[in-house]
Ligand binder design. Structure first.
Ligand code: UTP
Length: 294
């Protein structure tokens, strides 16, 4: 069994159809929708870099090339901006280290579990992180991001980790839900069971999986032979549930805020919250919001 090998690879499943955002996502990937001035995928990649992850594996599909373009050099743009004496800081952060972005295709969006399995050859025999870019995780000021907190916990307990947060009980049916076990430390709990989209009455807790994972490569073997689960999709939650008992499994409660940018309401909330916090525009946004609410 592989435990505390460092986490250097991350998989970003970005092959979903984004139907909740149509028509915006007809020609533009959901992951390229911008919260203030950064696309969702950029927030996720920045969080990965902060956690020491070096290799970004995008599981893409048709119509998703803009995601890869985003991390390339925009030669014409950069040359023109430089010639006009404009600072390049705004696009520097969107440039990947050469060779650090790898893409694989998920030909048909059969579900999150299937998307992850499509990255098996690149993941190889190493532990890896997963980021769902439509879940925007925002660190408290002066604190670290969600994946960095998870990597620190991984250094303590190894094995598999997922990030969780508490939601009102009547909302659990839209998410993967954990059965919590022993509390190992503050914000770190053993996981004894996992269930995807349970009816409220059957939910083992109100702690939902929130878009960040550190998994051991054995999960690829489990996904290999797995059939469809909730919603007719190949579910990552089902594969993880089958690993409980044979490998350590823990949940980290992120000390920070999470916005569900896969839903319109969550996206608007994230945009407003982040704009209010920006030193360059927060005061004006506050005044504008007050005006709109008056
Ligand atoms: P969602 O459940 O949010 O699905 O996927 P979606 O297709 O993106 O959006 P809606 O529900 O139609 O509006 C969660 C993450 O898993 C990826 C998505 O791209 C998203 O990042 N995903 C999902 C895949 O890569 N492949 C799949 O088959 C399903």
């Amino acid at each position: 069994m592989t435990t505390n090998k460092p986490v250097k690879k991350a998989v970003f499943p970005v092959a979903g159809l984004g139907t909740r955002f149509l028509p915006a996502t007809k020609a533009i990937p959901k992951e390229m929708l911008a919260v203030v001035d950064r696309p969702l995928i950029q927030y996720a990649v920045d969080e990965a870099r902060e956690a020491g992850i070096e290799q970004m594996i995008f599981v893409t599909g048709r119509g998703k090339t803009a995601i890869v373009e985003h991390f390339d050099i925009a030669y014409e743009l950069e040359a023109t901006m430089a010639a006009r004496g404009k600072a390049l800081d705004a696009i520097d952060c969107a440039r990947a280290t050469p060779g650090n972005i790898i893409t694989v295709r998920q030909q048909v969006p059969l579900g999150l579990g299937h998307a992850i399995w499509c990255a098996r050859a690149i993941v190889g025999n190493e532990p890896f992180a997963i980021f769902l870019p439509d879940e925007l995780m925002v660190a408290h000021p002066g604190s670290t991001g969600c994946m960095k907190q998870m990597v620190e916990a991984y250094g303590e307990v190894g094995g598999n980790l997922i990030s969780v947060l508490e939601v009102p009980r009547d909302e659990v049916s839209s998410y993967g839900v954990i059965a919590p076990g022993r509390e190992v430390a503050e914000s770190l709990t053993e996981v004894t069971g996992l269930v995807e989209k349970p009816p409220v009455a059957d939910a083992p807790s109100n702690k939902i999986i929130s878009g960040r994972y550190i998994l051991q490569p054995e999960v690829m073997r489990v996904l290999e032979g797995q059939g469809k689960g909730a919603g007719g999709e190949i579910q990552l939650t089902d594969a993880m549930a089958r690993m409980i008992g044979s490998q350590p499994f823990h949940a980290v409660t992120f000390q920070g805020r999470r916005y569900d940018c896969g839903s319109k309401l969550g996206f608007v909330e994230a945009t407003l919250a982040l704009a209010l916090e920006r030193p360059d525009m927060g005061a004006e946004v506050r005044a504008m919001a007050a005006r709109l609410l008056a």
